[in-house]
Write a protein that binds this ligand. Structure first.
Ligand code: MGD
Ligand code: MGD
Ligand code: SF4
Ligand code: MO
Length: 706
């Protein structure tokens, strides 16, 4: 008798779309992975990455036991030895060189594994260092800075109500490939189609005619890094042409005069000159946004991860406020997740620039320093130099700026422990690797992305496979390490209960819990009764009661944005200089740096090449499909070029996440792929100086025949 087939429902943890999956298993085998048609938000949609979860589960390269490097060779060790060794090394380093001699880097997948969110801070408290880094400052830090300074809470993130809007303007986002970001919207293609079918319009502003631009009603090319001029000119136009509509918020905001004055120097002619867009296009955007009852402006990686990311994200919030989109159906709304979010009455959550990085004086945000300065903090001698690193679910040697220098930096450490289940370009430098359980071996609750979703829902999923007896979840590793570190330091320590208990307590304390209404109160037990997810309805207005600033008002003009505008105005005009600018790109079959080890995702047409405009190639007498060398201030790589007018003139595009060929990487399939690491070109000194966020887009490069 073959074993019976069991059906499980579970959220996909790979990207922000958190699609519902239907996973069938027989014994220890995965029989199929399909979309869960009954999921209240994704309705059965999945992308090609979902089926690769089976490959992660069975991947022979995935570590299942701690390993220690002895004379350059990896040896398996017991969990107790691994925890003891790591705790002692970290504590000794701090005792010898001071608290800040230990650094942390937390990568993206930790946000998709809720035990990292509930228990990660505990390990940071046990260690206590200023040198905390994460992928946030390679990504969405400008969103948090705007949320904190304008609304008083770093997670006060209004989400575009794409399911009800009639006009969406996207600056630098490609949801058809990414499935949305800071906007959990599974099935981007269908949601965009629905918007168009109800007579609405999608406009995309992007230096590349992306997959999203292809389906949009209008695509406007923009020079990388110049969006801030365009956005400020839109604000200026809204004021000049008296197109603002802020009646429903007027009691709840301040700073309008300052905003108006600041924007007044950004006329459309200047913005056109800098961006390559036309005055008519810029004015047209302002007029359409203001003239459409349900309209929303949204900006993502392209406008966050560039030299003026903070100003861009502030300006986008300001535009949504000025056109009356904030807190309106079809505009931008705050979500109502079940687990502890922006609570009514919460005051000033987050902080900024309380301390600065040692070498370059970059600002902290919420206790983290910019990832762009991690290498120099490791390599620059002096008091406070990082001598030991802890990385959690990350691969900065591929994902972070100036990867070559970072590779050198990780090699120079006295001690390095990685909490990760792969030996990748970064973790190959580790002394100890502590591998957590695989994705199907632990339970799942989306703390982060249920907060960012375009439709409210809640979902808890139990583990699908029991892990091996000795295996440890991420949160158990955090508990064990924290406990031993505290013991060695003589600090008090209280272990946290399992993540599901932490979440249950959070739910019960919050708006869906007992505090509000004992009859309808939600608990995790109740949520568990909805295996496909519990539908909590569309996003609703109600922002004003949740503003977290002391005076209860939205600040339209936080001073540091105003102070950053001269930097923008003084920025050199690359459009005139003919400088080539490098941007990134994402593909639906790829996910940052860690999904290239699965045959089903890397097969087919190569997609790691450099894209370049045919006229730019002709100018340099370079042939299509030839090998080219791309150089920046910090490095160079050689790869194949493809001629395409998908990118505008003066712009070249190379995707990130590739380049796994380094010695010692144990990713058998990924290391055979030809793609190069584009972050060997991105520059740690090219930053959004206000927020400290890296500028991974708009990097000046030269391209020549190899
Ligand atoms: N040039 C350029 N660079 C970029 C970007 C870009 O657009 N252009 N994008 C940036 C962005 S937005 C991001 S978010 C970063 C991502 O950068 P990182 O977060 O540094 O890198 P990832 O590739 O996501 O890291 C994946 C690692 O996490 C491990 N992992 C997976 N699941 C788990 C788990 O459950 N527990 C643990 N402990 N480990 C796990 C994997 O084994 C893998 O080694 O890259 C950034 N880098
Ligand atoms: N398939 C897939 N999905 C993913 C990921 C993945 O790696 N693969 N990563 C996930 C993560 S961690 C994130 S953060 C999200 C990111 O989600 P998105 O931001 O939607 O994804 P990107 O493809 O980086 O889109 C950025 C766009 O900005 C454009 N751009 C570059 N520079 C500029 C500029 O100066 N101005 C303007 N206006 N546009 C510019 C690029 O051409 C690109 O189209 O995706 C998530 N989803
Ligand atoms: S879009 Fe793909 S990778 Fe992202 S959650 Fe859905 S199935 Fe998973
Ligand atoms: Mo990201």
């Amino acid at each position: 008798m073959p074993e019976p087939v069991t059906t499980h429902f579970r959220a996909c943890h790979l990207c922000e779309a958190i699609c519902g999956l239907e996973i069938k298993t027989r014994g220890e085998q995965i029989v199929s992975i399909k979309g869960d048609k009954k999921d209240p938000v994704s309705h059965g949609f999945i992308c090609p990455k979902a089926t690769a979860i089976a490959d992660i589960h069975t991947d022979p390269d995935r570590l299942r036991q701690p390993v220690k490097k002895i004379n350059g060779q990896w040896e398996q060790i017991s969990w107790s030895e691994a925890i003891e060794l790591t705790a002692i090394k970290l504590v000794e380093t701090q005792q010898q060189y001071g608290a800040n001699a230990v650094g942390f880097y937390a990568g993206n997948p930790g946000v998709h594994n809720y035990g990292n969110i509930t228990h990660g801070p505990q390990l940071r408290r046990a260690v206590q260092t200023r040198n905390n880094f994460s992928a946030t400052s390679l990504d969405q830090l400008p969103h948090h800075l705007a949320a904190y300074s304008m609304y008083g809470h770093q997670f006060f993130l209004p989400i575009p109500d794409i399911d009800h809007t009639d006009l969406m303007v996207i600056f630098g986002g490609n949801p058809i490939a990414s499935n949305g970001s800071m906007m959990t919207m599974p099935n981007a293609p269908k949601r965009i189609k629905a918007l168009q079918q109800r007579g609405g319009k999608l406009i995309v502003v992007d230096p590349r005619r992306t997959e999203t631009a292809e389906v949009a009603d209008q695509h406007l090319f923009v020079r990388p890094g110049s969006d801030a001029f365009v956005l400020m000119a839109i604000i200026n136009t809204l004021f000049e042409e008296e197109l603002t509509d802020t009646a429903h918020l007027s009691e709840h905001m301040e700073g309008m005069t300052d905003l108006r004055e600041a924007a007044s120097v950004f006329d459309c002619e200047l913005a056109a000159q800098r961006s390559g867009m036309s005055v008519a296009q810029i004015k047209g955007l302002a007029r359409q946004l203001a003239g459409t009852d349900k309209a929303v402006c949204y900006g993502r990686m392209g406008v966050s991860v560039q030299e003026f990311g903070a100003v861009c994200q502030w300006a986008i919030q300001a535009i949504n406020i000025l056109i009356g989109a904030l807190d309106k159906r079809g505009g931008a709304l705050l979500t109502s997740p079940v687990f502890a979010y922006v609570r009514q009455g919460a005051r000033a959550v987050g902080h900024f620039n309380r301390f600065q990085s040692r070498v370059s004086g970059l600002p902290e945000f919420a206790g983290e320093l910019p990832a762009a300065c991690m290498a120099e903090e490791i390599l620059t001698p002096g008091e406070g130099q990082i001598r030991a690193m802890v990385t959690i679910a990350g691969n900065p040697v591929i994902s972070s700026v100036n990867a070559g220098e970072l590779d050198t930096a990780f090699d120079a450490l006295d001690f390095y422990v990685a909490i990760d289940f792969y030996i990748n370009s970064t973790t190959r430098h580790a002394d100890v690797i502590l591998p957590p359980t695989g994705p199907l071996e632990h339970d799942h609750f989306d703390i982060a992305f249920l907060r960012l979703a375009v439709h409210n829902s809640a979902r808890y999923n139990a583990e699908i496979f029991s892990p091996e007896k000795s295996a440890q979840h991420d949160w158990q590793i955090f508990n064990a390490l924290s406990e031993r570190i505290c013991e060695l330091k003589g600090q008090p320590f209280r272990p946290l209960p399992a993540p599901d208990i932490v979440v249950d307590m959070g739910i019960q304390e919050d708006v869906y819990g007992y505090a509000e209404n004992p009859q309808t109160a939600l608990t995790l037990e109740k949520i568990k009764q909805y295996p496909h997810g519990m539908d909590l309805g569309p996003l609703k207005p109600g922002i004003t009661a949740r503003i977290c600033r002391e005076n209860g008002k939205i600040n339209l003009a936080p001073h540091f944005y105003l102070e950053d505008l001269p930097r923008l105005l003084n920025a050199s005009s690359e459009l005139d200089s003919g400088q080539l600018l490098l941007i990134g790109r994402r593909h639906v079959r790829s996910n940052n740096s860690w999904m290239h080890n699965y045959h089903r995702l890397v097969k087919g047409k190569p997609r790691w090449q450099l894209m370049m405009h045919p006229d730019d190639l002709a100018d340099r007498q370079i042939k299509d499909a030839s090998e080219v060398t791309i150089k920046s201030r910090v490095g160079e790589v050689t790869t194949t070029v493809v001629a395409t007018d998908e990118v505008m003139r003066g712009v070249v595009s190379l995707p990130h996440g590739w380049g796994h060929q380094k010695q010692g990487v144990r990713l058998h399939i990924a290391s055979q792929q030809q793609g190069v690491n584009c972050n060997e070109l991105t520059d740690d000194k090219l930053l959004d100086q206000l927020s400290g966020n890296a500028a991974l887009n708009g990097v000046p490069v030269t391209v020549s025949a190899a």
